[in-house]
Ligand binder design. Structure first.
Ligand code: ADE
Ligand code: ZN
Length: 324
C-alpha cells in the first residue's frame, strides 16, 4: 500500500506555506536574518509542538514566522516544501499564505509575492509540480484590514487563484468578510474559507451564502447539521479535510474516531490535505498512510480521494487533463 499511495498522483488543496516551515529551516533563516529564537535546538522546537487547540497552535505558528524577512526567505520556504511534496508524489499544490501576518511585522507584499512566485515558477520547471496561490485573510483581524490587503495586492491579483479565510475560528464568523469576498469575485477571483473546524456548522453555511465560497477548508463539523450535509452532497461542495491536523489540534481525540468515514458515507466530495505539515506530523502522503492505518480503506477509495483533489484544484484545464 505504501508504494501505491506514494505513486498515486496527489494534489494538495489545503496547505499553509508558513506551516510547512520545518524547524531546521527556521534555525537557518533565524541565523541568516539575525532573529532570536526562544528555542535552543530543533528538538526543542519539535517538543513545543504539543497543542491543546487551534489557538495554542496559532500562537507558535505566528511566532515561527518571525524568521521570514526577505523575498529569498519566502522563496526558500516554498521550495523546501515543494521538494518534499514532489518526493511524496504530490503533483499539484494550492498554496495558501497569510499576508497580514507578515505585513504586521514590517515585511512588504512585494517580498512575499516575489519570493513565492519565483519558487512556484521553479517548481514548475524543475519538479514538474504545478501550483496555485490562495491569499488568505485573518478572520480574527478586522474586515477593514482584509480590504486593505486585497487592495494592496492589486498588482498581483492576476496571480491569485483564490482568496481564503483562516486563523482563529470560534467567535469569528464569516459575515464581516462578505464585502472583500465580493470584491475578489468581481475581480474574477473565487473564494475558499476555513469553516467547521472548531467553529459551528452555521459558519459553513455562512461561508457558502455570504462569502460565496466554492470550497470549504476542513468542514468536518457539518455532520452536526443534516440539512447542511444534504446541501454539501447535492452541490458536491469540496471539503479539504486535514486528518492529522484535526488530531493534533484536538478537533478529534484520535484518528480512528475521526468523522472521515461518516463524511465519505454521506456522499461528500472529500480531499485529504496536510494543513501545516511541519507542525502536525507530515505531508499529504503521511496523511494518506495514517488514514489507511486508521480506516483500512482500499485502493479505490484513495484513488477517488486523489481524483477529487485533481478535479477541484486551481489548475489549467490542460494540466488537469494531463493528470486525470
Ligand atoms: N492557519 C494555519 N493553519 C490553520 C488552521 N488549521 N485553521 C485556521 N487557521 C490556520
Ligand atoms: Zn488550514
Amino acid at each position: 500500500m505504501y508504494d501505491f499511495l506514494r505513486a498515486l498522483p496527489k494534489a494538495e488543496l489545503h496547505l499553509h506555506i508558513e506551516g510547512s516551515m520545518e524547524p531546521e529551516l527556521m534555525f537557518k533563516l533565524a541565523e541568516r536574518n539575525g532573529v532570536g529564537l526562544r528555542y535552543d535546538s530543533v528538538e526543542d522546537v519539535r517538543e513545543a509542538y504539543d497543542f491543546a487547540d487551534l489557538q495554542s497552535f496559532l500562537d507558535l505558528y505566528y511566532q515561527g514566522m518571525a524568521v521570514l524577512q526577505t523575498a529569498d526567505d519566502f522563496h526558500d520556504l516554498a521550495m523546501d516544501y515543494f521538494q518534499r511534496a514532489a518526493s511524496e508524489g504530490v503533483v499539484h499544490v494550492d498554496l495558501s499564505f497569510d499576508p497580514q501576518a507578515h505585513l504586521s511585522r514590517g515585511v512588504g507584499m512585494r517580498a512575499q509575492m516575489e519570493g513565492l512566485l519565483a519558487a512556484m515558477e521553479e517548481a514548475r520547471q524543475e519538479l514538474d509540480l504545478s501550483t496555485a496561490m490562495i491569499m488568505s485573510f485573518l478572520r480574527d483581524q478586522p474586515a477593514a484590514s482584509a480590504l486593505d490587503v486585497f487592495e494592496l495586492a492589486g498588482p498581483w491579483h492576476r496571480h491569485l487563484s483564490a482568496v481564503g479565510l483562516d486563523s482563529a475560528e470560534a467567535g469569528f464568523p464569516p459575515a464581516p468578510f462578505a464585502e472583500v469576498f465580493r470584491r475578489a469575485r468581481a475581480a474574477g477571483i473565487p473564494g475558499v474559507a476555513h469553516a467547521g473546524e472548531e467553529g459551528p456548522p452555521d459558519y459553513i453555511r455562512d461561508a457558502l451564502d455570504l462569502l460565496g465560497v466554492i470550497r470549504i477548508d476542513h468542514g468536518v463539523r457539518c455532520l452536526e447539521d443534516p440539512a447542511l450535509v444534504q446541501r454539501l452532497r447535492d452541490d458536491q461542495i469540496p471539503l479539504t479535510v486535514c486528518p492529522l491536523s484535526n488530531v493534533r489540534l484536538k478537533v478529534v481525540d484520535e484518528l480512528a474516531r475521526h468523522p472521515l468515514p461518516a463524511l465519505l458515507e454521506a456522499g461528500l466530495k472529500l480531499t485529504l490535505n496536510s494543513d501545516d505539515p511541519a507542525y502536525f506530523g507530515g505531508g499529504v502522503l503521511t496523511n494518506f498512510l495514517a488514514c489507511q492505518q486508521a480506516f483500512g480503506w482500499d485502493e479505490e477509495t484513495f484513488r477517488q480521494l486523489a481524483r477529487n483533489a485533481l478535479e477541484e484544484a486551481f489548475m489549467t484545464e490542460d494540466r488537469r487533463r494531463a493528470l486525470l
